[in-house]
Design a protein around this ligand. Sequence first.
Ligand SMILES: [Zn+2]
Length: 287
Amino acid sequence: MITIGDMHLHLINDGTTYVDAGGVFGLVPRVLWRRVMPPDDENRVPMELHCLVIRTGGRTIVVDTGLGDKLTAKARAIWNLDRPDGGLPGGLSRLGIAPDAVDLVINTHLHGDHCGGNTRLDAAGAVVPAFPGAVYAAHRREYEDAAHPNERTRATYLGDNFEPLARTGQLRLLDGEEEELAPGVFAVRTPGHAPGHISVRLESGGEHALFVGDMASYAVHFARLGWMTAYDVEPLVTLETKRRWQRWALATNALLIFPHDGQVPAGRLRLAEDGNPQVVPVPLARC
Ligand SMILES: [Zn+2]
C-alpha cells in the first residue's frame, strides 16, 4: 500500500503473461532492449497485468481489470498466463473488498488485457458484470473503436468484456480530454496506444500520481520517448503524449504506476546526470 495525500493505493497483479518481445519493443533494436529486459529462449518477456485499487472518501475504485477468468484454454495458452495468486479477485479478497463493494471501475482502454475482468461467467455460463454495484468508465472514442473492430484490432476488442455493461446500464462513456470521476481522481485522455486511451491522474494533499496505462506499458517506455510497443496504433501520437506527460511528471514529482512492468511497477521521473530522463523505482508491493 502507498498513500497519495488521503488516498490509499493498492496494486494487484491479475497474472503474469509471457509475450513476444517484438510486440513489446517494436522497432527498438534487440541489442538495446535485451539489456533492460533479458528475453527467454523463445524471445519472450514477462508482461504483468496490474490493476490499481484506490480507496478514497469511502469509495473503492478499480483501474483496469486484467485478463479475467473467461479465457478459453487456447487463449490462456497463447498468453502463457501464470496466475498463482488468484488474480484480481484474489487480491481484492485479500484486501477484504467484496465484488459488490466496488463503486467505480475505470478502463484505460478496452484491449482484452485491461478489461477482461470487467465481467465473469456465472454458474449457468452467462457473462455477467463482475462488480454488480459499479459504474464502469471508458472513453467514448475507445468504446466506438472497440464496438467496431477492424482486422488488426479484432483479436483484442472482445465484446463479452464490455457489451454486458452497456446492457445493464453500468457503462459510462467519457467525452473530452479530462474528467474528474471522484474527488481528486481524473480520467485524462492520453491517445496513441489507442485513440481513446485514458490514464488516471490522482491528486490529493499536494501529492500527485498517474496510472500511466499503455501510454507507457513499462517504465523504460516512459523514460525514452522513442521506445514504444508495436501494439500502438498511432505511434507518433504516443510520442507527443509522452512528451507532455514527461514534463508534467518532472514538474509534479508524481508517482508513476506502470501496467505491465514487473521490474519497475512504480517510480518517479528524474533527469539523470547525462540529462536524459530515467524512472527511479519506488517500492510498491503487489497484494
Ligand atoms: Zn496492455
